[in-house]
Design a protein around this ligand. Structure first.
Ligand code: ADP
Ligand code: ADP
Length: 229
């Protein structure tokens, strides 16, 4: 069975249809990129996967389970989520930010500490130097890496990323994107990533879903996509 299955999702805001009759499947371990211009419905679609937005019709299944049968808070603990404005807790250290979800899930402190150190190392934030720092002491790229570490800390089966590199300068963006592709944690996780950047989509996607005014325009692996100018 697919890790994520979406059937006929529709979401309206008043008379405006933001997402219309969208269906797709993502196999475990694959990365689906939602691509399209600003306002085409990418964020709305992504947020219906973790119930930050409730659809008007259609269903979402994660590992075969209807998300609407799961309490939203519990559901979200099981799904990593990163947005452009990272939203790190400003009065918590880097290590405390990364530990939030594993703590909520009741992981043992020793396991949390080991996992945090491993992820920070992997994301080029050596814990000796960064674990005790506060988010305001970090660059934008470093904060984004902490956000990613936080989303991955509890080894979620699914990670949702909304323009995760959007706030970064082009050079940092390109280098984080390369690291990101190589992360073993991400390779074993099912990822849905939102971007309006075609290069980024081609670099990261197993499948690209091209959205146009809320509808699926194309869906397939990057090499099969026809991009009209
Ligand atoms: P994207 O992520 O592709 O930029 P969004 O999903 O944010 O697109 O928005 C899709 C459309 O729905 C846009 O026209 C946007 O203005 C509208 N929209 C998004 N969120 C809301 C909301 N909470 N209330 C009303 N309209 C919204
Ligand atoms: P994005 O960066 O994905 O385009 P936006 O800046 O469009 O996100 O949206 C930020 C927030 O505002 C979201 O919570 C979204 O649901 C809400 N929003 C977006 N468009 C509208 C709208 N037309 N009316 C009301 N809320 C909106």
């Amino acid at each position: 069975e697919p890790a994520i299955e979406v059937r006929n999702l529709t979401k309206r805001y008043g008379s405006h249809t933001a997402v219309q009759d969208v269906s797709f499947r993502v196999e475990a371990g694959e990365t689906l990129v939602l691509l399209g211009p600003s306002g085409c419905g990418k964020t709305t679609l992504l947020r219906m996967l973790n119930r930050l937005v409730e659809p008007d019709s259609g269903v979402v299944l994660i590992n075969g389970q209807h998300v609407r049968s799961q309490p939203p808070e519990l559901l979200r603990r099981g799904i990593g989520y990163v947005i452009q404005q990272v939203g790190l807790l400003p009065h918590y250290t880097v290590a405390e930010n990364v530990a939030v979800v594993p703590q909520l899930l009741g992981y043992a402190p020793a396991i949390i500490a080991a996992r945090t150190a491993e992820l920070l190392n992997r994301l080029h934030l050596p814990p000796e130097r960064f674990a005790g720092q506060c988010p305001s002491q970090l660059s934008g790229g470093q904060q984004q890496r902490v956000g990613l570490a936080r989303a991955l800390a509890a080894d979620p089966p699914v990670v949702l990323l909304d323009e995760p590199f959007g706030a970064l300068d082009p050079i940092t963006r390109a280098s984080i994107r390369r690291e990101f592709r190589e992360l073993p944690e991400l390779r074993r996780t099912t990822v849905v990533l939102v971007t309006h950047d075609v290069t980024e989509a081609f670099e990261l996607a197993d499948q690209i879903l091209l959205l146009d005014a809320g509808r699926v325009q194309q869906l397939g692996p990057p090499r099969e996509l026809l991009l009209r100018p």
